[in-house]
Design a protein. Sequence first.
Lengths: 208, 208
Amino acid sequence: MSLGVITVAGMTLGAINYARRVARWQPDARGRLQHAALTLYGERGFDNTTVAEIAEHAGLTKRTFFRYFADKREVLFWGSEALEELFVTEVARTPESAAPLDAVAAALDAAATMFEERRELAVRRQQIVAANPGLQERELVKLASLAAAVAEALRRRGIGDPAAILTAEAGIAVFRVAFERWVDPTNPQPLQRLIRESLQELRAVTAA
Amino acid sequence: MSLGVITVAGMTLGAINYARRVARWQPDARGRLQHAALTLYGERGFDNTTVAEIAEHAGLTKRTFFRYFADKREVLFWGSEALEELFVTEVARTPESAAPLDAVAAALDAAATMFEERRELAVRRQQIVAANPGLQERELVKLASLAAAVAEALRRRGIGDPAAILTAEAGIAVFRVAFERWVDPTNPQPLQRLIRESLQELRAVTAA
DNA sequence: TACCGTGATGACACCAAGTGACATAAGGCG
DNA sequence: CGCCTTATGTCACTTGGTGTCATCACGGTA
C-alpha cells in the first residue's frame, strides 16, 4: 500500500554547484544527510533513529539537518518535485488530439522507465516507508501533490475541472497499484507492463 | 482538496456508558476534549493551540488527552471508523448482481445523506483542516484507510485484486471531488447530486 | 464495617522534534 | 585590506508525546 520511492534520493544535485569551488566544508551536505538517514532508518528503523544521530553520521549538527529538510521524514522524499515535473512535461507533450487519460498514460510510461532505472534504491526505500505509518502518511501527501500537479497540467490542455481532477486521481491510483505489484519480489514483471495492465483494469471496471 | 469531516465529532458515544453511573468525574471526557479542541483550533488555529490548553479547557490534563487520542490531530478525526463501517455494510448490502462500481456508488449515496444531516459541523471542521497541512495529511490517511476498507468489502463480493483496489480508489476520488464542491458556499447543491455528477464524469473520462 | 480491587484521573520527570537568535569562519570581491 | 556572503555551529527554549507512580472514589465481598 505504500509507494516509498517517489523521490530520487541520492541524486545529490547540490554537488554540481559545489564542484567548482574550493571545499570550504565537506561537499554535498544534503546528500550526506540523505545517505546517513537512509542507512540508519534501514538499520534501526525510523523511530529508533534521532535526527542528532543522522547529523552526526554526516559530520553535521541537528540544526543543519533542519536547514536542509523541513522535518525528519522529508529527508526520504526530497526530490519528489522532479517526478512531478516529469509527469507535467509528459502530459503537456502528448498531442492535443489525445484523450486526457491517454496523456496521463503517456506520463505513467515515462515514469515507469525512470523507476526501472533505479529499482534497487526504490525497493530499499519502499521497505523503510512500509515499516512506518508516519512515512506512509507523508507519502500520501506526495501522491496527492502529484495528482494535483497532473490535474493542473490537464487543465492547461483545456480539460474541465471535475474531469481533470478525476482523471489525474485515477491515473495516480493506477500507478500506485502497479508500483505495489512491482516491488513484490514474487512478481518480477516490468513496471511498464504492470501499469498498462492496471490501466486496462480501470477501464474495464468503470465501463458502464 | 481537503475533506475535513470524515468523522462524527460531537457524538459523544462515551456519555451513554457514564449516564447510569453516579458522576464520580465530570461525564464524557472524550466529548469535552473534542469540543474544546474544535473551538480552540477554530479560534486560534491548530498550531497556536497546545494540548495543555485543550485539556485545561476541558477540565483535564495533558496526560488524559493522550489517553483518549493518539495525538493532537486525531481528536478531529475520531469517529471515522463509523464512516468506514457505513461504506462497508452498504457495499455488502447491494445485490450480488450489481457491478462493483455500482456497489460503491450505493455506499456513496448513503454517505451523502449522512453528511447532509451534519452539514454545519462538516463545514466548520473542513475549514480547520483546510487551514493546516498537517491536518490534511491526516485526512489523506483516513481516506486511504477508507479506500482500503471498501476494497476489502469488494473482495468479499468476489472481485479480483487489481480491480477491487482500483474501483475503491476511484470511488473515493469521486467522493472527494464531490465533497469539495459541496462545501463551497457558492455552489449550494445537494451532495448526492454532486456525487452522481462526479461519478458520471469519471465514467466519461475513462471510456475508451 | 472493614477491606480490596478496579478504573479514570493527576503529578512528575523525561525524551526528542523543531525553532529562533546569535556567533563563527572562510571565501569572494571591490 | 576589509567588507559581505554563506554554510555551519551553539545554545536556549517550546511542545508533542510517553513511562511511571500516586490518588481516590466506587463496587463488591467477607
